[in-house]
Design a protein around this ligand. Structure first.
Ligand SMILES: Nc1nc2c(ncn2[C@@H]2O[C@H](COP(=O)(O)OP(=O)(O)OP(=O)(O)O)[C@@H](O)[C@H]2O)c(=O)[nH]1
Ligand SMILES: [Mg+2]
Ligand SMILES: [Zn+2]
Length: 310
């Protein structure tokens, strides 16, 4: 049985597509007892994982026998109510969060939750506001609100339109030679962007249901695509929500960089920035150097963790 190293391009939870060092795509199963220490997840292997496989010469399939240590990974909570999480992707250089103001409307809290999670995993994140071809006059107020919020942070907010080809060069420049994860609600245009950048890829694009104004989960598994100009992008299924699942409530503000920066001036070193006296964060929100909308998202994540730790 030949042994080879490869990268996982697709993981369905029961079978995997691995690209070997010799540039072959091989369908693999996983060895029965493969478990990763410290992570309770429904899928032990994810897109982006570097793995060792044993290939069978007879039927061109393989078995994953080992996972090389991950540089990082990003998870989402499983849909079922168990404590398990699902690893969306591993070994990524950066994350793009795609959002839209309409069809569907992404909430800024969803964006902030994703950004905080990316901070927790130390993964640089960029916001792509897609479908700007649809932002007529009636959306100008909402658009300005978004710009105002993220102007108070160091996150880049790029207004693009995959459909009309607006800012595609800028997106390309962000992606060159990197492994990028793309996430966002169903129907925002994640797969459409990949199809635009890599027209050869066999990727499925969804229809937007006019009734729900949302996508219908066209992409069901994370999958990695190579980019013709260098680098790769991992498409993920539309996601409803994120949280900071294993973060103590005293640490949640660490993942809002502009809050973290100001918090060192709080009177109490264990300040949670809710209603404590001489809280520098609350003062900054009042002075509008921290946007109230970001602060609200922070409080909302804090609220989750309270119910969890009680
Ligand atoms: N008007 C407009 N429509 C777009 C744009 N980009 C994508 N769409 C449309 O949005 C719909 C959903 O696109 P997808 O790429 O399938 O969305 P997705 O984010 O991959 O959705 P899931 O796979 O369900 O998570 C399709 O009908 C696209 O044609 C855009 O810039 N403007
Ligand atoms: Mg998709
Ligand atoms: Zn404080």
């Amino acid at each position: 049985m030949p042994i080879e190293e490869g990268i996982v391009y697709k993981s369905t939870g029961s079978w995997y597509v691995v690209k070997t060092a010799s540039n072959r795509f091989i369908e693999c199963k996983i060895k029965g007892k493969l478990r990763i220490e410290g992570i309770k997840s429904t899928n032990p292997v994810a897109a982006g994982d570097k793995v060792i496989i044993e290939t069978s010469l007879s039927d061109q399939t393989g078995v994953i026998t080992n996972i090389v240590d991950r540089k990082n990974y990003i998870v989402r909570k499983s849909i079922n109510l168990s404590k398990q999480s699902q690893i969306l992707a591993a070994n990524i250089d950066q994350a793009l969060l795609m959002a839209t103001l309409v069809l569907p409307e992404t909430s800024t809290e969803f964006v902030d939750r994703f950004l905080a999670m990316a901070e927790a995993y130390n993964i640089p994140a960029i916001i792509l506001l897609n479908k700007c071809d649809l932002y007529t006059q009636e959306f100008s107020e909402l658009l300005n609100f978004w710009k105002e919020i993220y102007n108070t942070t160091n996150y880049k907010l790029l207004e693009i339109s995959v459909g009309s080809g607006i800012q595609m060069e800028a997106v390309k420049n962000l992606l060159i030679d990197k492994v990028t994860l793309i996430a966002g609600n169903s129907g925002v245009g994640k797969s459409s962007l990949i199809k635009k950048l890599s027209p050869e890829s066999q990727i499925r694009i969804g229809e937007i249901s006019q009734y729900h104004h949302s996508g219908k989960h066209t992409t069901t598994f994370a999958e990695m695509y190579e980019l013709p100009f260098g680098g790769a992008i991992i498409d993920t299924p539309g996601i409803k929500g994120f949280g900071l699942y294993d973060t103590a409530k005293t640490e949640i503000y660490h993942f809002f960089p502009e809050i973290f920066k100001v918090a060192e001036k709080c009177q109490f070193h264990n300040c949670l920035h809710i209603n404590e006296p001489k809280c520098a964060v609350i003062e900054a929100v009042e002075k509008q150097t921290i946007h109230w909308s970001r602060y609200k998202s922070y409080l909302s994540i804090l609220e989750d963790s309270k119910s969890k730790y009680r």
